[in-house]
Design a protein. Structure first.
Length: 486
């Protein structure tokens, strides 16, 4: 059956014209995206501060301090160092900012959580002298700290510095979450507006429908363009603007198919994941101070949790995070170590005895609480101390434990024992989609061969070519329309 070339040409123009506004927006965002990497502020260190203080003999145990303060229940607690003094930092139900108590005398320390956030920001920026401009607790995502950063609550710390760098930190784990500047925030806002239509989240059905239609049209435009100008080029006379549109289109057509096709699948799968995540309820367990006892409290601990065997303390060994960054650590100013140090161990609050595989036990209990699966369905646990494979930088949390279940879709949950947070819930289809998106949308496979910066430059160049091809196509359409009017 002979191909109707004029009809194919007509449909290519119609489809391309319909998809042009969205395609231009996405191409421009693709040009902006790699530039964000070059504007990413770098921390002075990615290693978290080492806790140099501990509860000393004669200091008051946490149980005694909380009972004296009239605290009937708490969610979690840890020991931090603040101005050289050991302080209990305690999560209380119904309160945002964590309460602070001096271990030496049990007195409340107002603003301890915020003060610790400032100390963390100074540590990561290597800046002990610049005056503090502001410190703000974030319980929701904002324009300068968007959802892609994943972790809440967080603190925004602004020092009076010439570079106007803002640090975002988490006081539960002493983690640096992101660094930003006013210029980068504006550029990121432009990217999010063009790429993911920030501001339309309140209309999810309309947003998803338009994006799906736009990506489908972009795929059809790319396919028809390759067929029309690639395989049938000898039958087409293309002078001037049309010639350059065809030549450049041979290159950008393949790029369009790669980006739009992987983006289409990512959009559909991401919506499914979002619905699953929205239905998940974090297991919150109230702890009574009287359950802790006063005899066997360790001098330093990073968390307290109730397990099936009773209350336990989480102890973190000395560690230094590697100075490494993920290839996509520039997203929204995100800065995090690509690896974490040795895993923690747990001791029983009752007698101080060591719990073998305590981190894995805690992870299994959390994963079962999140998923509804039972411990006998667990097929294995794996400590994850660096971002790689299906658990990439987008998930933000380290270290975590991977808990795999015997399930039809191969469910594996990544949980963070330090905070009890669910970092990721991945099924086989999620892993496949993630691989496709990484290879065909982000072009991560290039990085080991040519490096991150050359890859970013190439992606920006290809995005600029797409803008050029779209502009030439629109020019051709305007020329033909003008001829018809005359």
């Amino acid at each position: 059956m002979a191909l109707n070339l004029p009809a194919l040409h007509r449909w290519h123009r119609r489809i391309a014209l319909a998809s042009a506004p969205l395609a231009l927006a996405w191409a421009l965002s693709g040009f902006i995206h790699p530039i964000l990497s070059s504007l990413q502020p770098r921390p002075a260190t990615q290693a978290p501060p080492q806790v140099q203080v501990s509860v000393q003999e004669g200091d008051r145990p946490l149980s005694t301090v909380l009972q004296a303060a009239g605290v009937p229940a708490f969610l979690n607690a840890r020991v931090i160092g603040l101005n050289g003094t050991a302080v209990y930092l305690v999560d209380l139900p119904g309160q945002g900012e964590r309460a602070g108590f001096q271990t030496r005398n049990g007195l409340a320390l107002p603003g301890a959580d915020a003060s610790h956030a400032v100390a963390l920001a100074r540590h990561y920026l290597g800046d002990a002298k610049s005056p503090l401009r502001s410190v703000t607790r974030l319980d929701g995502f904002t324009a300068d700290y968007p959802y892609v950063n994943r972790i809440l609550p967080a603190y925004r710390v602004v020092l009076d510095r010439p570079d106007r760098v803002t640090a975002y930190v988490e006081t539960r784990t002493d983690r640096l979450l992101a660094l930003g500047t006013p210029w980068r925030t504006r550029l990121m806002s432009a990217f999010r507006l063009l790429h993911s239509w920030h501001g339309s989240e309140g209309l999810p059905l309309i947003r998803t429908s338009l994006m799906t239609a736009g990506l489908a049209l972009a795929v059809l435009a790319g396919l028809s363009g390759l067929l029309l100008y690639g395989f049938l080029w000898q039958r087409i006379q293309s002078p001037g603007v049309s010639r350059w549109h065809r030549r450049l289109g041979l290159v950008t057509g393949l790029v369009t198919l790669s980006l739009a096709g992987s983006g289409f699948w990512h959009l559909l799968r991401n919506n499914h994941r979002s619905q699953v995540e929205a239905a998940i309820t974090a297991p919150a367990t109230l702890l009574a101070p009287t359950e802790l006892g006063t005899e066997e409290q360790p001098p330093r601990f990073s968390a307290v949790a109730r397990t099936a065997s009773g209350l336990r303390y989480r102890l973190v060994p000395s560690r230094m995070a590697k100075e490494a960054a993920d290839p996509h650590a520039h997203h929204n100013g995100a800065v995090a170590s690509a690896s974490a140090g040795p895993l923690a161990h747990w001791v029983n609050a009752g007698d101080g005895s060591h719990v073998p595989d305590g981190e894995a036990q805690r992870a299994i209990e959390l994963a079962c609480a999140y998923s509804g699966y039972t411990p006998d369905q667990v097929t294995g646990t794996t400590p994850i101390t660096q971002f790689s494979g299906e658990y990439g930088f987008v998930h933000k949390r380290l270290p975590v434990i991977r808990v795999a279940f015997r399930a039809p879709e191969g469910d594996r949950l990544y949980v963070e024992p330090a905070t009890g947070a669910l970092a990721a819930w991945i099924r086989n289809a999620d892993a496949t989609e993630g691989w496709v998106f990484s290879a065909f949308h982000k072009a991560d496979w290039m990085t080991p061969y040519i490096g991150k910066d050359p890859r970013n430059a190439l992606l920006s160049f290809l995005a600029l070519l797409q803008v050029t091809v779209l502009s030439l196509g629109l020019t051709l359409w305007l020329i033909r329309r003008k001829k018809r009017q005359h």
